[in-house]
Structures are given as structure tokens and as C-alpha cells.
Write a protein that binds this ligand. Structure first.
Ligand code: GDD
Ligand code: MG
Length: 328
């Protein structure tokens, strides 16, 4: 199975962390965020993923490498200008050319999930659908695509971002598509699959399947931190091995014995934490330095950040290579 993964967004709500690193390459616990998605795809029969990039494609390539990850062959395609969700799928499909299979997966690349993609593919095949959307039940559907379907799974309505804080079955950003869907996407311009393609497929082969499991859009600092604890506390199926529940401290790091790490913390490779310092509810990306007696609470420190001895950081997202001084 082939998959087209949309990774063209800029991740603006995670600035300043995403100033230098595109969101899919941002480390989550011990690996780039996108690695989770590729590993998940690999578990559901995907052997080739095309990463549809827009923003900072080189860093993405650096983070995951060329070749393959977890048994999935990786190809990168870069749109010359913003194409929107459907336009990007079309552009990536054209890049594959004749190699594109008649049926493939398309995914929003900004969610952490373990939903059952195998069940989605099976349901698509059994119904002979043109497109099948994975659905996920949420309490507040306002910021998502809201999907109404009948008992047999035929979609009756697809409404993108209703703005109404109501519970509902939302578009989880995981689709099985027949190649013929590409004919509905005009070439060479920005096209949204949510507003321009799915509404046209209602009544014409658009199906959906509600899925159980873990699903989270990691687009904000709060959700980035929550996803970290969900991985480390076993609420999502991943290959990460926590140091202890809620905790990930890279082996061999320079953490002083009297430093207090946790509850809930990530201390990445190359970090040092001085004596008497506290790191709680926080993520230290690579090569951070937390000085003696400093306190870091409910924060994310970008790579190479230095927190001076005795300084305090609370509820902050600090960009890479910043210096946080002590209060006088
Ligand atoms: N390559 C490429 N080019 N990727 C793009 C482009 C583009 O022009 N525009 C958006 N993307 C990627 C984003 O990086 C993201 O991975 C995905 O497409 C979805 O775009 P978002 O901008 O994150 O959309 P959203 O989160 O507001 O809404 C979408 O996702 C929801 C689930 O998280 C919609 O698909 C909703 O219907 C859905 O519920
Ligand atoms: Mg999104």
C-alpha cells in the first residue's frame, strides 16, 4: 500500500519551536514527530510513503533520512507553491506517475494516532467506496471537519470547521482513496479536499468508518506536552520505551544526583541538569543546560537552550539556543 502524507503546514502555533524545525521534524520524546506516523503506517501494510512537503523540506529529510524508516520507503516531494490539502495530494500523485496504485492512503501529517488503518482499508474494499474517511468522536468538533453518515457508513454531509462547540464524529485526517478521486482535483492551484472535494463526493461513493483508539492533533504547546505524557504513560501505542511512567531520561546524560526530574519529564541527549535543579512537567530538547538550583516547570525548551543557575522557567515555550537568565 502507498500513502501520501501531507506535511506542508508551518506549525505556527508551536512557534518559536517551529521557527527552525518544521513541525513534523520536531522531536516528540525520542524521535521526530513524523516517525510515529511512519511507524503506524508500516504496521498497517504501508510500504511506501510520499511526504508532501512545503515548508523547510530539507530539515524534514534530515530528520527522517532518505531511504526507509520502519520498513516504509520514503519519497519527498516539494510543491512549488501552496497547493492546499487536495492540491498537494494531486501533486504528490503526479510525482509518482505510473507507479501510483489504483487505491492508496492519504493522511494529514500532524496527528499522533494509533487508529486501526487496517479496518479502514477493509471497510473501503467491502463497500466498494471511492473514498473512505476515518472518523474520531470528540466532545468539541468546532475546529475540525464534521461528518454525518448513515448506519451503513455512507457520508450524508461533510462540513469543515463549523465553529460550533458540539460533540460529533470528526474527520481524523486518514483517508483511503481510489485513484479516480484525483480527477475531481483541478491541477496547478490551491484546492482543499475538505471544502472542494469531499462535499462533491457525498452520495457518490464517499464512506466513513468510526475508529476507536488514540488520536491527537499536536498543533499547540498544551497538546504537544499532553501527547508527550500520553506516550510515556502508555495511552498511545508506540515503540517508545519510557524510563519510568511519565518519564524519559536519555541514558548516560549529565543529570546531577540531587536534581529532581519529574513527575513527567523528558531529558534528551546532550542535556545537563545541575545539582538541586528541578525539571517537572517539562521537555528539554537536545543539548539543553539547566544550571544549579534552576527550576523548569510545565515548559518546553528548544535544543541548546541554557537556563542559568537559580533561574526559573514556568509555562513557557523557549526557542532553540536561547539563554534564560536568573532574576536579580
Ligand atoms: N503539502 C501540503 N501542502 N500540506 C498541506 C498543505 C499544503 O498546501 N496545507 C495543509 N497541509 C497539511 C498540514 O501540514 C496538515 O498536516 C494537513 O495538511 C491538514 O492541514 P491543517 O492546516 O493542519 O488542517 P486542520 O488541522 O485545520 O484541519 C484538517 O485536519 C483535521 C484533523 O486534524 C482537516 O482535514 C479537518 O477536516 C480535520 O478534522
Ligand atoms: Mg491540523
Amino acid at each position: 500500500m502507498q500513502a501520501i502524507v501531507l506535511v506542508g503546514g508551518e506549525g505556527t502555533r508551536l512557534r518559536p519551536l517551529t521557527d527552525t524545525v518544521p513541525k513534523p521534524a520536531l522531536p516528540l520524546v525520542d524521535r521526530p514527530f513524523l516517525a510515529y506516523m511512519i511507524e503506524w503506517l508500516g504496521e498497517h501494510g504501508v510500504t511506501e510513503a510520499v511526504l508532501a512537503c512545503g515548508f523547510l523540506p530539507d530539515q524534514l529529510r534530515e530528520a527522517l533520512g532518505d531511504g526507509e524508516h520502519a520498513g516504509v520507503a520514503l519519497t519527498y516531494v516539494v510543491e512549488p507553491d501552496r497547493r492546499g490539502t487536495a492540491g498537494a495530494i494531486r501533486f504528490a500523485a503526479e510525482a509518482l506517475g505510473e507507479r501510483l496504485e489504483d487505491r492508496f492512503l492519504a493522511l494529514n501529517g500532524d496527528v499522533l494516532t494509533d487508529l486501526d488503518l487496517t479496518a479502514l482499508q477493509r471497510s473501503h474494499a467491502e463497500r466498494g467506496a471511492r473514498a473512505t474517511l476515518g472518523l474520531y468522536a470528540v466532545e468539541d468538533s468546532a475546529a475540525f471537519g464534521l461528518v454525518d453518515c448513515d448506519a451503513a457508513g455512507a457520508v450524508l454531509a461533510f462540513t469543515e470547521k463549523t465553529g460550533r462547540a458540539e460533540p460529533g464524529a470528526i474527520n481524523a485526517g486518514a483517508y483511503v482513496l481510489e485513484r479516480s478521486v484525483l480527477d475531481l482535483i483541478p491541477a496547478g492551484r490551491q484546492v482543499s479536499i475538505e471544502t472542494e472535494v469531499f462535499p462533491r463526493l457525498v452520495g457518490d461513493g464517499l464512506c466513513a468508518l468510526p475508529l476507536d483508539g488514540y488520536w491527537m492533533d499536536i498543533g499547540t504547546p498544551e497538546r504537544y506536552l499532553q501527547a508527550t505524557w500520553d506516550i510515556l504513560e502508555g495511552r498511545v501505542a508506540t515503540a517508545v520505551l519510557p524510563t519510568a511512567p511519565g518519564l524519559f531520561v536519555v541514558a548516560g546524560g549529565a543529570v546531577a544526583e540531587s536534581a529532581r526530574i519529574g513527575p513527567r519529564a523528558v531529558v534528551s541527549a546532550g542535556c545537563s541538569v545541575g545539582s538541586g535543579a528541578e525539571v517537572a512537567g517539562s521537555v528539554l530538547l537536545a543539548d539543553c543546560e539547566v544550571g544549579e538550583g534552576a527550576r523548569v516547570h510545565d515548559s518546553v525548551l528548544g535544543a541548546g537552550t541554557v537556563v542559568a543557575a537559580g533561574a526559573e522557567v514556568r509555562g513557557a515555550i523557549v526557542g532553540a539556543h536561547e539563554r534564560v537568565g536568573a532574576k536579580r
